[in-house]
Write a protein that binds this ligand. Structure first.
Ligand code: SP5
Ligand code: ZN
Length: 337
C-alpha cells in the first residue's frame, strides 16, 4: 500500500501548549510523523512524495479569511516584537459579544482570537508550511485512489479534524480529512463517507459537512460528556441522517470500541468512497485519551473498515505515544488491506 509523505510536515514545532493557563510540553510533535514513517518503511510500504496542489480544494472547505490569516500569522507576530515566541490568543471574539460577525482587529495580538478557539494550538515558524504540506499529502493520497489505487495512506501532520470552516484548535490548523473528502467527492462522485476513529470527536469535520447527504460523517470517540475534549461537541444527540456520533465511556476497550467502529462502518455503507480519519490515540497507554484499545483492536478496526471494499483514503489524525503509534498505524493498514 502506498503512503504519502512530505518533509515539510516536520517544519511545525509547536514547542508548547497553553493548558489551563499553564505552559505544558507540546504533544503534537514532528517525531510523531517520523515514528510512523519508520514503522511503515520497516513493514515494506511504498513511499510516494506529496505533489503540490492548488488552493482550490482547500478553499472548498475553509474560509479564505482563515487560510490567509494562517498563511501570514507567524510573520506578522514575529514582526510585532511580542514577548511570546509563538502565536497565542488572549482575547476571543466570542459569539456572545456581538450580533454581527466581528471585524479584523487592528492589533496583531488580537487577531488570533478571531480564528483560534483554544490556547493549546500555537503557531510558530514553519507552522503554515507544515499545515499546507499536510493538505498536499492528503490530496496526493486522493489522487492515488482516484487513479485506481484501492487504499492510500496520508502520513501527515499537523492533524486536522478539529478545524471548522473558519476556526482552528485542538492541535489542528487545516482540516486535511475534510479537504480529502470534498476532493474525493468531486473526483469520484458521492456519497463519500468519513469514518473518524481518533479518540476525540471530529468536531471540525462534523460542522463542515453538517446536513450534507453527499458527505456523510461518523465519529467514534471518548464521551465529551465525561469531561473530554472537544467538550462542547461530539454528543450522540448531534446525530442526524448525515452524521453519527458514537461517544464511549472512558476506559472502553476493544469490545466496546469495535462495536462502535462496526456501527460507524455500517453507517458508511452505500458510499462510493471512504475517508478514514485515523487517530491512534484511542490506544491504551496514549497520554491524551482514556480509551484502552489494543494493537489487535486496531487491526480488527482495519478489517472492519476494509470490509466495505470502497476506494479508501486514510488520513493521519492524532496519536501521541511515540513508542507505539508507528506499529498501531501499520496494524490498522494491514487490517484494511
Ligand atoms: C488531533 C487530536 O488528537 N487532537 C487532540 C487535542 C486534544 N487536546 C486536549 C488536551 C487536553 C489537555 N491535555 C493536557 C496535556 C497538555 N500537554
Ligand atoms: Zn485525538
Amino acid at each position: 500500500m502506498p503512503f504519502v509523505w512530505s518533509d515539510d510536515c516536520l517544519r511545525h514545532e509547536p514547542a508548547a501548549e497553553i493548558w489551563v493557563g499553564t505552559r505544558t510540553p507540546a504533544t503534537e510533535v514532528p517525531a510523531r510523523a517520523t515514528a510512523i514513517r519508520e514503522a511503515l518503511v520497516a513493514a515494506g510500504a511504498r513511499q510516494v512524495g506529496a505533489a503540490a496542489h492548488p488552493d482550490e480544494p482547500l478553499l472548498a472547505v475553509h474560509d479564505e479569511a482563515l487560510v490567509s490569516y494562517l498563511r501570514g500569522a507567524w510573520e506578522e507576530w514575529a514582526a510585532a516584537g511580542l514577548p511570546s515566541h509563538r502565536v497565542v490568543p488572549y482575547m476571543f471574539a466570542h459569539r456572545g459579544l456581538m450580533d454581527e460577525p466581528p471585524a479584523e482587529p487592528a492589533a496583531v495580538w488580537a487577531r488570533p482570537g478571531l480564528y483560534a478557539y483554544d490556547t493549546m494550538t500555537l503557531i510558530g515558524p514553519g507552522t503554515w508550511e507544515a499545515a499546507r504540506a499536510a493538505v498536499d499529502v492528503a490530496l496526493t493520497a486522493v489522487d492515488l485512489v482516484a487513479d485506481g489505487e484501492p487504499v492510500a495512506y496520508a502520513c501527515c501532520r499537523p492533524p486536522g479534524h478539529h478545524v471548522a470552516r473558519s476556526a482552528y484548535g485542538g492541535s489542528c490548523y487545516l482540516n486535511n480529512t475534510a479537504v480529502a473528502a470534498a476532493e474525493l467527492r468531486r473526483r469520484v462522485g458521492g456519497p463519500v463517507a468519513i469514518v473518524d476513529i481518533d479518540a476525540h470527536h471530529g468536531n471540525g469535520t462534523q460542522e463542515l459537512f453538517r446536513r450534507r447527504e453527499d458527505i456523510r460523517t461518523a465519529s467514534v470517540h471518548v464521551d465529551p460528556g465525561a469531561g473530554w475534549f472537544p467538550h462542547f461537541l461530539g454528543f450522540a444527540g448531534e446525530s442526524d441522517a448525515a452524521n453519527l456520533n458514537l461517544p464511549l465511556a472512558p476506559g472502553t476497550g476493544d469490545d466496546g470500541w469495535l462495536a462502535a467502529v462496526r456501527e460507524a462502518t455500517a453507517f458508511a455503507s452505500g458510499a462510493r468512497a471512504l475517508v478514514v480519519a485515523l487517530g491512534v490515540d484511542a490506544a491504551a497507554g496514549d497520554p491524551e485519551s482514556p480509551l484502552e484499545v489494543t494493537a489487535d483492536g486496531y487491526r480488527e478496526a482495519g478489517r472492519i473498515l476494509g470490509g466495505l471494499a470502497l476506494p479508501t483514503v486514510v488520513v493521519q489524525e492524532g496519536g501521541y505515544d511515540l513508542a507505539t503509534i508507528g506499529p498501531l498505524v501499520v496494524e490498522t493498514l494491514a487490517g484494511l488491506r
